[in-house]
Design a protein around this ligand. Structure first.
Ligand code: HEC
Length: 128
């Protein structure tokens, strides 16, 4: 008789473990990270509006190479950190050549440092 009681106790115990396992799964699904939506990011919004006012789109597209590299390729090349933002901001103002090929980027001497920094931040945000 004792043996049966032990067996029943074991079955109840195993049942309890199983239901615990499925509770954990539902918890993980509920806390999954939301999709990365850039449109609400202030740096992204600032970049979009500055680019619309400048000549960047003559030579750059977001997803494919035009005269200059695609912004998403620039974002893939450089980690998004303060040093790279400063380096790209200065290149946007001064122009330059030799990183993506022999075609030069024209200088943008009338851009303020703050705007060039915002543009560099925007480009680096496009990293996947
Ligand atoms: C006349 C065409 C032209 C215009 C206008 C232009 N670019 Fe470029 N851009 C280029 C070319 C060409 C390169 C690649 C330069 C190189 O190989 O060093 C480039 C490179 C870049 C890079 C990457 C720099 C690097 O060193 O990796 C960034 C960021 C960039 N452009 C942003 C901008 C922004 C922002 C604007 C608008 C303010 C702009 N560009 C306007 C042609 C242009």
């Amino acid at each position: 008789m004792k043996k049966y009681l032990v067996a029943i106790a074991l079955l109840v115990f195993i049942g309890a473990c199983n239901s615990n396992g499925s509770d954990k799964k539902t918890e993980a699904a509920a806390t999954a990270a939301p999709a990365n939506d850039l449109s609400a990011n202030p740096d992204y919004q600032k970049g979009v509006s500055l680019i619309a006012k400048s000549d960047c789109l003559t030579c750059h597209k977001t997803d494919s190479k035009l005269i200059g590299p695609a912004y998403k390729d620039v974002a893939a090349k450089y980690e998004n950190n303060a040093a790279n933002v400063a380096m790209l901001a200065s290149k946007i103002i001064k122009g330059g050549t030799g990183v993506w090929g022999q075609i030069p980027m024209t200088p943008h001497a009338t851009l303020s440092e703050a705007d060039a920094t915002a543009l560099a931040k925007y480009v680096l945000l496009l990293r996947k």
